[in-house]
Ligand binder design. Sequence first.
Ligand SMILES: CSC[C@H]1O[C@@H](n2cnc3c(O)ncnc32)[C@H](O)[C@@H]1O
Ligand SMILES: [Zn+2]
Length: 429
Amino acid sequence: MSDLLITHVDILTDEGVLKNHAIEIENGYITSILTDDEASSVKANAKETLDGKGQLAAPGLVNTHTHIAMGLFRNYADDLELMDWLENAIWPTEAKLNDDYVRCGTQLGIAEMLRSGTTTFSDMYFFMNTTAEVVKETGIRSVLSRGLAGVSPTADQALAENTDLYRTWNGFDNNRIKVLLGPHAPYTCPDAYMEKVIALSHELNCGIHMHLSETKGEVENVMKATGKTPIAHMYDLGLFWNTTLAAHCVHVTDEDMNIMAENNVAVAHNPQSNLKLASGIAPVPEMIAKGITVGLGTDGSASNNNADMLEEVRLAATLHKARLYDPKAIPAQVAWAMGTVEGAKALGYNDLGLLKTGYRADIVLYDVSGMHWMPRYNDLAALVYSANGSDANTTIVGGKILMKDKELLTIDEEKLKAEINKAQAYFSN
Ligand SMILES: CSC[C@H]1O[C@@H](n2cnc3c(O)ncnc32)[C@H](O)[C@@H]1O
Ligand SMILES: [Zn+2]
């Protein structure tokens, strides 16, 4: 008996679009993809059915890098470069955060993601036990890391919190929640602290999530201090022994990319944040050519300024064309894969990001009735180049429906809006 049967739906598979088919789901996984005729014979055995008529089923988007509670600081400080933005606007304000505000900001970000087709996110922030609780309650999938800064007075406490987070949550609900260690960046994590992080990663057998080579200034400073690039320096410290998710990697050399490819360092490419903070453009086609796994991320909504992954997919598909004067630099299907199955791989999920038997049932049904969906020559190109996040109509994670016909089923949005207004008043002072 299946738990959920989605009928009369067009399905974006890795082999093309199947018109008017059905998806059978059991225990959180896709168990079969059927013709509509086949589906009518198994319908009686389904606990729940969902009519997908007029919709396109696609894999949920995977946001490989964010600080999701930063939605509270959306449009709070704009038009600044990274270090000015962090040091003079964001860090002083984050010092006023507590569990309640992180709960509110995390609900805001999750509401936004579920509404725009994202079903998995990888987060690095503070008060992460609260984030995990909100992830548990809302039903989304996530990979969580406690941001670690060696220069902070709470540096050792943060390590203990990341350890607790790992021990409490890693593997929760058949890996709906996973945990990584989150050393923030080379400029906040001196070598002695990185050595502690690396020792802890061995002790826990835990992967790493870190900002690396985001700006020219960061690379210059590490070069001055060590004679090496941040990637080469982290490699020499022994950081890459286990899985590493490196956010940004905007300023990397050919040799850096060789190190990343040889050590399975996956990249979270955040094109919109990199543009807005004037950090630059990461050499993504070059990374892919070297065999590096590259996923996409929004970064926080204070540097983006939203959590809409379709915008990142579109930027990934267009930005590199212009940079290289090559329309084939990142074709639509490569950008789509970066937003889904490649992002999933970057987070260590090898059964996520495709609509295929045996894959996790993280599925988004897009309403394709809008004029911007016509004519329908190529649904994948439409998702990459024409669709809006708000076309997401129904969002499913691990076979559970979290948004149906644009109504969020696990978040009380009216209550949340009132809390966000209170938070705005608090952070405005
Ligand atoms: C220690 S928790 C994470 C930390 O990262 C800050 N942050 C947000 N966006 C960026 C970015 O693009 N580069 C580096 N750091 C960033 C966030 O505000 C938190 O303080
Ligand atoms: Zn970031």
